[in-house]
Unconditional design. Structure first.
Length: 512
């Protein structure tokens, strides 16, 4: 079910209710074979320090050269986020010292990002059967920047190693407005953003490999304060925020935001203040802890990178990319509603993920849509959810599930038997028709055989026969006792009798 209303998330402290405000900064690695300013490979899992060019290692005198493919992907992403594409943008140096940053600065975009304001529609599916809903999140900007290398602290007790393979890899930093109002919404925002990036092909969204990571900004305020902020744009109505760095799992984003909001409420309610700081989440304890406070905040001394010309995009370049945009999740959802007559909810579940959508389309091709939706959304996804499996791990291929549905459509088996057959398909990897054949599960549509069963049951149960008659005479169009007979016939047939035929024959014999 999908509702129009956005529930408000409240936390109750000892001094009353609180609300949460969040804005996210997502770092998405661009799906590009080469780095942002060098031709070195971005292949994951390579031997440490094997994908490092002289530019990535910051050898003196080396010059960065912009990778056109990365610029294209940033523009494509901007268009996918319905954002303004800035035809003029510029690269700045963000200066800081860190062992895994050999240049001594990161090339980023500060004052003039390549993409300006946009918007994204988030789909939230609460647990516990509460209705799902949508809400918009403003995108403030998207800019291009280089990733740093990796410091490895756990290979030796007294030394730190540096792997520069990641140094110079292209990132898009996507900054949201503080429009996110609960931990669940924060996770849902990243999910939706990830789905869009994957559909666009600009980022592969592999969070385990760190290709998509979110910095989660959290503050708390009293009910009503956020509305004042929205009306005036004045941030002072909001609480001081903390930023939780580098979250790369939906579950951790939610846990960290929850913990952080409660921590801030506790501080405020005991007369303390929230210090603006950067924090880290520890999945083992479920807590966040200080990484650096505002006092140690760097002065990055941003200035335009003198080695790079400003980026000027030709409007035709942008229009060509716009014309080649693939179908995005929201568009797909609307198409599913029209093409297949699905509810917004069903269409949303199927289009939340490109792999699910592709699976569904294959099952639905040439088949009854209603059956396809039920078997994919309810039966298969229900099973996968229970097993914590993704659609990509499905033990039943779309073709195999289609084969099962075909047996229901041509009345070889009933929907009820089909559920057992599905589980057997999962266990054995066999096709539906092989299982039905081998186990003799074919539906009995032979009316003679069903009649025999009906006669036997009526003869053995005169009391129930009389009951049906009494209910009929009392004016019940559908005597309740009829259901009992249907159940008996189905049971005696081992679930194989065609329910429609059973109903018809029973009505005839019982004179209904
Ligand atoms: P900075 O440049 O210092 O990182 P920004 O204004 O760019 O600060 O904000 C960074 C992120 O923090 C944005 O995603 C923004 O939406 C979010 N944010 C700003 N103020 C708040 C707040 N009071 N509570 C929660 N998030 C906030
Ligand atoms: Mg920031």
């Amino acid at each position: 079910m999908l509702t129009e209303t956005r529930p408000s998330y409240r936390l109750t402290g000892s001094t009353g209710d609180w609300e949460v405000v969040m804005g996210l900064e997502v770092h998405a690695q661009i799906a590009s074979k080469a780095k942002l300013f060098s031709g070195a490979s971005t292949a994951y899992g390579a031997e440490p320090n094997s994908n490092v060019s002289l530019v990535d290692a910051a050898m003196p005198g080396m010059l960065p050269v912009i990778n056109r493919a990365c610029v294209e992907e940033a523009v494509r992403t901007g268009l996918g986020l319905k954002a303004k594409i800035n035809l003029y943008s510029r690269f700045d140096r963000k200066n800081y010292f860190y062992p895994d940053l050999p240049q001594g600065y990161q090339i980023s975009q500060f004052a003039h990002p390549i993409v300006g304001e946009g918007e994204l529609l988030v789909d939230v599916e609460p647990a516990h059967g509460e209705p799902s809903y949508q809400f918009p999140v403003g995108i403030e900007r998207l800019h291009l920047e280089q990733d740093a290398g990796k410091s490895i602290h756990d290979m030796s007790d007294d030394e730190t190693y540096v792997d520069l393979n990641r140094s110079g890899v292209a990132l898009m930093e996507i900054v949201s407005r503080p429009d996110i109002r609960s931990p669940l919404e924060a996770a849902a925002y990243v999910k939706k953003l990830r789905a869009i990036l994957i559909a666009l092909g600009s980022c592969d969204g592999d969070m385990e490999k760190g290709n998509l990571r979110a910095d989660v900004n959290v503050s708390v305020c009293r009910p009503g304060a956020y509305e004042k902020f929205k009306a005036t744009g004045d941030f002072s109505h909001l609480g001081t925020r903390c930023e939780i760095k580098n979250m790369n799992s939906f579950r951790f984003i939610q846990q960290a935001a929850e913990y952080e909001a409660l921590r801030q409420i506790e501080l405020l309610e005991t007369g303390q203040q929230v210090d603006q700081e950067t924090r880290l989440f520890d999945p083992n304890t479920g807590r966040t802890r200080t990484m650096r406070s505002k006092e140690d905040a760097h002065d990055y001394r941003y200035f335009p990178d003198p080695d790079l010309l400003p980026l000027r995009l030709d409007p035709d370049f942008v229009e060509k990319i716009r014309a080649s945009l693939p179908e995005l999740p929201d568009e797909k959802r609307i198409r599913y509603m029209h093409e297949y007559g699905l509810s917004a909810y069903d269409a949303g579940v199927l289009t939340a993920d490109a792999d699910r959508a592709a699976y569904f389309e294959e099952v639905a091709r040439g088949r009854d849509t209603r059956l396809a939706v039920n078997w994919v959304n309810q039966e298969l996804f229900g099973y996968l959810n229970k097993q914590s499996l993704e659609i990509t791990d499905t033990p039943i291929s779309a073709a195999a599930l289609g084969g099962l549905i075909d047996l229901i459509t041509d009345q070889t088996i009933s929907g009820k038997i089909a559920k057992d057959v599905m589980l057997k398909m999962i266990d054995t990897g066999k096709s539906a028709s092989d299982i039905v054949e081998a186990e003799g599960l074919k539906q009995v549509t032979d009316t003679g055989a069903i009649e025999t069963l009906v006669n036997e049951i009526m003869a053995a149960n005169p009391k129930q026969v009389a009951q049906v008659q009494a209910q009929k005479e009392a004016g019940h169009a559908k005597p309740k006792a009829l259901g009992w007979f249907v159940g008996q016939v189905m049971k005696n047939s081992g679930g194989k009798a065609n329910p429609q035929a059973v109903n018809e024959i029973l009505k005839e014999k019982l004179d209904l």
